[in-house]
Design a protein around this ligand. Structure first.
Ligand code: THU
Length: 127
């Protein structure tokens, strides 16, 4: 898996962020088991609570394209080093993530940071 490429795609997606309220742009890119990439960015709403995060947008894109399992996700914000997923996105990632976890790639001072998803949501609930 080319993590640098995955991060480049997350950066690309962050350029399409629609975040006029928070001015906090986020991009994500999911790498599916099929070998395909799926982009996502956050998009906000005048009714603030309707905002969708970049990670959930990327996962929705993967599912809509028939992807059954994700194997890695890169997340990027120009506003924040190591832009880790929020609680809601952790639950959504969990749904499509195998028990052993997936790689979560962020960037810190221009360097990739790779961690296992299970670190972010231990003892996760699955049916
Ligand atoms: N945001 C994401 O896209 N992903 C996260 O994991 C955290 C937050 C977005 C939502 C909102 O548009 C902005 O960042 C500020 O919260």
């Amino acid at each position: 898996m080319d993590y640098k490429l995955l991060m480049e795609k997350a950066k690309f997606a962050s350029q399409n962020s629609y975040s006029p309220y928070s001015k906090f742009a986020v991009g994500a890119c999911v790498y599916g088991k099929s070998g395909n990439y799926y982009y996502g960015c956050n998009f906000e709403n005048a009714s603030y609570g309707l905002t969708i995060c970049a990670e959930r947008n990327a996962i929705g894109n993967a599912i809509a394209n028939g992807e059954k399992e994700i194997t890695a996700i890169a997340i990027y914000s120009p506003n924040r080093d190591n832009c880790y997923p929020c609680g809601a996105c952790r639950a959504v990632i969990s749904e499509f993530c195998p028990d052993e976890g997936i790689d979560v790639i962020t960037e810190q001072n221009g360097e990739l940071n790779i961690r296992n998803f299970n670190e972010f949501l231990p003892e996760r609930f699955k049916l």
